[in-house]
Design a protein around this ligand. Structure first.
Ligand SMILES: [Zn+2]
Length: 451
């Protein structure tokens, strides 16, 4: 009897250990991940995005640029894909056909894909993004259209490749720090508050043998060290290159966060771009070498478009008088607005703004915001939801304007509303822009955390 009890106790103990082991294995093996990259370096000279001061197309290639995709399949079987790119941005008219095609070809619903751009100012103009900013001729537009069409094919292709590469993986997350970003609104306004985000979020994707397969990392800072005529990923390109060199076989994917009002300062030399790239890569490596927290599934997602209203729209008379302005940017903007008026009979009174939230089990909340988002949003959501398990990104899916907080909108200046001209938008946002976005985010976070 005693023996049998002992046997029973022994069996129960073994069973508990076995169950624990199964738990540990399934906890780390519940994911499948696939990663892929495609070279999107232009094959001919093309107008480069981001600066109105450039006067001609690119002259050469300093560094190859890439689009990269990470596909994640959780234990419910749902597949979700993050795309990163060394580009200024994906405007809505360029990303929309990509969403349609990946839905048709791979069955990916809209809310299970998000497209980020690093906001490098040393990559080709894509679609009509910032069109009033550049003095483009018909030949330039033709090259941009061809590059954009090929890019769309390449992004669909790299998503397919990442999905085909799905294999057992474990995910972990932690954040480091780096001090590259300076709040650029203080340049010319030293008295302004200078919030910046110095968090370096890192999502590591490892194979069952613990080798790294993908390193997803973020930072909130413009890629504007370089401003010449050579194609490159700027500092984020150098950071990704350094990480891929340190971890052969792994693909490094950079996600631009809410860095709309941050510049890497000082800037304007290749050496500085490389140094900042090394600095961010070193911050990521320190995170990878220390203890990271496991990230479990399921990956629950939610998506919403909210309407961001514009302030009072300009009248036809006002626009016609602007076409005689000495300022070429104002002239091109007015001409674009008049074309829209002629075509549609009115100017848009709002922009439909995409917000996406991904919830990884109880371990990580990933907020994906469209446009060039100022740092106030990230800091606001981190205060609301906590600093440790939240990643707030900008430059997602539709880069069509700066997204000022109420503070920045009221201060004015370039990010506050001035950049709407270069972006070809009819007027600045109304002062409730921050509250509308915050309500959208809050409702999505509640939805994904409830499930
Ligand atoms: Zn920008």
């Amino acid at each position: 009897m005693r023996i049998s009890l002992n046997k029973g106790a022994h069996w129960r103990a073994t069973h508990v250990i076995m169950a624990g082991l199964i738990c540990a294995i399934s906890g780390s093996a519940a994911w499948q991940a696939g990663v892929a990259r495609v070279d999107i370096t232009p094959s001919q000279p093309v107008w480069m995005g981001g600066y109105a001061s450039r006067t001609h197309p690119s002259e050469g290639v300093r560094q190859h640029i890439f689009a990269k995709a990470l596909a994640l399949k959780d234990d419910t079987g749902a597949v979700t894909v993050l795309v990163t790119s060394d580009l200024l941005g994906f405007p809505g008219e360029v990303s929309a056909p990509i969403f349609t095609r990946v839905q048709q070809e791979f069955g990916l619903p809209r809310e299970r894909i998000t497209l980020n751009s690093s906001h490098t100012h040393s990559a080709p103009v894509v679609g009509d993004m910032l069109s009033p900013a550049y003095p483009l001729g018909d030949a330039d537009r033709k090259v941009i259209r061809a590059y954009t069409a090929h890019l769309q094919d390449q992004v669909v292709e790299v998503i397919g490749k990442a999905i085909r590469n799905l294999a057992t993986a474990e995910l972990s997350f932690e954040q480091g720090f780096a001090g590259v970003a300076v709040n650029r609104r203080r340049v010319g306004h030293r008295e302004y508050p200078g919030p910046v985000e110095q968090d370096v979020p890192v999502l590591a994707v490892r194979a069952p043998d613990h080798s790294l397969r993908a390193i997803v990392f973020g930072y909130a800072c413009h890629n504007t060290v370089l401003s010449d005529y050579q194609i490159s990923g700027d500092w984020a390109g150098y950071a990704q290159e350094a990480l891929e060199k340190s971890y052969p076989g792994a693909i490094a994917l950079f996600v631009q966060d809410c860095g709309a009002d941050a510049n890497p300062l000082p800037r304007h030399s290749v050496e500085l771009a490389m140094n900042y790239g090394q600095t961010i890569a070193a911050a990521v490596e320190q995170v990878l070498q220390a203890k990271m927290r496991f990230v479990r599934g399921p990956l629950t997602v939610a998506f919403v478009s909210v309407n961001l209203p514009f302030q009072k729209l300009p009248s036809r008379e006002e626009l016609e008088s602007r076409t005689r302005s000495k300022d070429a940017l104002l002239r091109r903007h007015a001409e674009l607005m008049l074309q829209i008026l002629d075509r549609n009979g009115k100017l848009p009174d709002h922009h439909s703004y995409p917000i996406e939230v991904w919830q990884f089990g109880k371990d990580l909340t990933f907020i994906a915001l469209g446009g060039e988002v100022v740092v106030d949003y990230s800091l606001r959501f981190k205060r609301q939801y906590g600093f440790d398990q939240l990643w707030v990104t900008g430059y997602m899916n539709d880069v069509f304007a700066y997204i000022p907080s109420r503070r920045v909108l009221e201060e004015g200046g370039y990010e506050g509303g001035g950049a709407m001209i270069a972006y070809g938008q009819p007027a600045p946002f109304t002062p409730d822009v921050e509250e509308i976005i915050a309500q959208g985010v809050t409702s999505l976070v509640a939805r994904v955390q409830q499930k």
